[in-house]
Write a protein that binds this ligand. Sequence first.
Ligand code: MOS
Length: 695
Amino acid sequence: MSHAPQPLGAPVVRREGRDKVTGVARYAAERNLPGCLYAWPVPATVPRGRVAAIRTADALALPGVHAVLTHENAPRTREPDDPILAVLQNDRVPHRGWQVALVVADTLEGARAGAEALDITYETAAHDAVLTADHDGLYTPETANGGYPAVRERGDVDRAFAAAPVQVDATYTIGPLHNHPMEPHATTALWSQDGRLTLYDSSQGATKVRDSLATVFGLRPDQVTVVSHHVGGGFGSKGTPRPQAVLAAMAALHTGRPVELAMPRRHMAAVVGHRAPTVQRVRLGASSDGTLTSVAHEISTHTSTVKEFVEQAAVPARVMYGSAHSRTVHRVAALDVPSPSWMRAPGEAPGMYALESAMDELASALGLDPVELRLRNDPAAEPDSGKPFSSRNLAACLRDGAARFGWNDRDPRPAVRREGPLLLGTGVAAATYPVYAAASHASAHAAPDGSYRIAVNATDIGTGARTVLAQIAAHVLETPVENVTVDIGDSDLPDAPLAGGSSGTASWGWSVHKAATALVERLGESSGPLPAAGVTVTADTTDETAEESPHARHAFGAHFAEVAVDSRTGEVRVRRMLGVFAAGHILNSRTARSQFIGGMTMGLGMALTESSSLDPVFGDFTESDLASYHVPACADVTGLEAYWIDEDDPHLNPMGSKGIGEIGIVGAAAALGNAFHHATGVRLRTLPLTPDRVL
Ligand code: MOS
């Protein structure tokens, strides 16, 4: 090989980019298997009740319709590990959009026509789909998502807050939000003669899908293969198996043919999870020099009657700022709504919107610069646990960002910068996201021709996982990155955790690093040429990742934003956003930048365009497609810049990396909201900042 090894961190171009833009890359609904049938799911059209009767004769009489699966004839499945996967097993309708039938036909159009020809009657029951801050059903769960205790309390918050000379008491509201990846949730299912199940599934983690589907169908995991070579985004909604995988497998079993099921966009909101709405009350008490004396963050959210899922929005307040007195509380009400799930920095994204908006309100109340306020409350140890941080460079991010952005020239007075009808303002907010890593397996193979092959069931959801894993291996093997092949996206490869929690690279990369290291050792022990079959070693990081760290491990960041608010139309437009992140070693500067910018873009959507609502009468989301649920378009995304402070943190993993997939969104909406206040002098505490709210 003539190339020199590239250092970890080099801007290596993603490996599958060309395949994606030329259409060579195959997604879950693009397998074109011989004899494949198409399935169309049928969502319940009542908000709560039971299916009284389904008349299928008209649908079955249509040309090309092969089957209609309902709770009366669908294969009986075992109890799943996630109750959302118990589809077509009984007549219960827990929420509008719950799937009550599946039509299978020769063509997609035929299946859809069959679905329209079904005659379904329901018995309905009273429903309640709307969360309020004082909802009767609110209770305090044991834990919020991620296993975090629902309640943490230190000191005497009420007394400290009452005694504080400067107080902020503000309530922030965020409605439900949708993941809406570009590629809908899709599965192509195929049973072989010997009873093995193969799924081509759009998933963030094929090992998990394999295990869950094996449970549902009473199979051993080795009787199931799940392939997810390419995934067109997930944003958390593909982090756990989804009903379409079970439905496609049922239909394939029932018909004896391969079956493809791509979720119609308008069905997705009800069955792929969503970010639950939150009502968040934040109370901050400070002394007149800006030192926080009390922090209280109390959130109310909803879950469904199918499962308990509690958006952990008060958790970042346990990490961010020092204060002697603190209370963080989650309450949840189980409503007749679709089941919420993971979405784009669950917990941190909504929680930091509230906390970082309240910090801005406190800075205003103090007459103190909001960067300086954060610097004054930067704790030496994690406030909640007392653990030392493995590394915490929030202050460096704030200072570096302020310098790059030109923050220090800012006139702090609100509503003083104008360009004709436009009101201009700038804002700042902090970001944090925890460092996670899960056990992973990998293998490393050396071939006699001097090339290497890495195998790990990682998933590329658009981040460039193949590329960065090749870099990690090449770094250890001291070989050019082109000399390393990486196989991912197939559950027959070594087991690995999902692409989620911003932990993919850390988890998979750790096992790749370990396997490659073992391979180097093995090759060093042997002399002479390699055997014809080459040499393969495997690695498992179960032990390493199980160790509890004595350190609090989090990534941090700082967002700066400038907005222009049109005083005639109420339109808020971003002029620029600048983020500086401290996330350990950055392993690929090109793909990392893309992830930071991508996260910031999601924050832009959260602040300005993405809005959904639960209709109280219909008990369903009003905005169920991309025509009504607005994600930022290219024209909205201008002037985004991402930088980082390279950290040398020895308490993470062999690469020294923290996750970068989600921190870009955390705090971004608050920075924009704070810029809106600076522009207008008005505090809006409900997202998004759409013209109807602005005017
Ligand atoms: Mo992400 S919401 O952790 O898949």
